[in-house]
Write a protein that binds this ligand. Structure first.
Ligand SMILES: O=C(CO)[C@H](O)[C@H](O)COP(=O)(O)O
Length: 257
């Protein structure tokens, strides 16, 4: 049995997320694509929604790889075929959300604490595309997403990592605490998350900062994604979509297109 897409009329931010997701699917998830990565967050359900409209005849031959528990559930509830990246290490395309994207398509990710599996699927994909609403479209990382770079750390090492972060420019870095549970957020991989804000000067060179952070013992993965994306799609309030392409080209897709 196939799941029929339930397309409802949306407004505001949700509409912007849907516009971005639908445009990205229309441009990058082609009938010949068989192994597809599905990212995490609140924008990604619209990616699956649009993929379902491509029909069961094309989707029945596809394998969908999740970036964590949430997207795994999304794939299962859409009755699409679930796969594993260790079984399918090369993906045709992965579409994922983002917390902020700069002018060079570098991004902050990990607002949902999924950045480790997200980065594995981004690297594994021949094409990696981000989808977001207009609030995530930025010039310099950290301008709009102010809570810091999400850093996944081994629990045993978190105090040492915080001390090191302090010494390299992030004295206010802190352990992310759970909302409905006493204690820290625990990732899908059993680790903790530290959110580490850095001054603008360091955020202007995200690849350099990423290298520095990855060298800290106890860090598993850093929510800075540099030089990975082919494009980023942003849904706008007026119904248009802004597409930033690798290399600097910016395209506007008008509401009527
Ligand atoms: O990186 C992520 C999770 O770790 C998400 O992709 C990111 O937080 C964007 O989420 P949303 O689409 O809800 O704004």
């Amino acid at each position: 049995m196939s799941v029929q897409p339930q397309v409802v009329s949306l407004e505001g931010i949700e509409k912007s997320k849907q516009l971005a997701a639908w445009s990205a699917v229309d441009n990058h998830v082609l009938p010949e694509h068989k192994i597809i990565g599905i990212g995490s967050g609140s924008t990604v359900p619209y990616v699956v929604e649009r993929i379902l409209t491509q029909g069961s005849s094309v989707n029945k031959d596809r394998i969908f790889i999740p970036t964590g528990f949430q997207s795994r559930q999304l794939i299962i509830s859409a009755q699409l075929t679930l796969g594993d990246v260790s079984q399918y290490p090369v993906l045709d395309v992965t579409i994922d959300g983002a917390d902020e994207v700069d002018h060079d398509l570098n991004s902050i990710k990990g607002g949902g604490a999924c950045q480790l599996q997200e980065k594995v699927l981004a690297e594994a994909a021949k094409t990696w595309v981000m989808v977001a609403d207009y609030r995530k479209n930025s010039e310099v990382l950290g301008t709009k997403w102010k809570q810091g770079i999400p850093i996944e750390v081994v629990p045993f090492a978190y105090v040492g990592v915080l001390r090191r972060l302090d010494s390299i420019g992030s004295p206010t870095a802190g352990l992310r605490m759970a909302k409905m549970k006493a204690g820290p957020v625990v990732t899908d991989n059993g680790n903790f998350i530290i959110d580490a804000p850095f001054p603008e000067a360091q955020m202007k060179e995200p690849a350099k900062l990423l290298t520095e952070l990855k060298l800290i013992t106890g860090v598993v993965e850093v929510g800075l994604f540099c030089n990975m994306a082919k494009a980023a799609y942003f849904g706008n309030e007026d119904g248009s979509v802004t597409v930033k392409w690798t290399g600097g080209r910016v395209e506007q897709i008008s509401p009527t297109q």
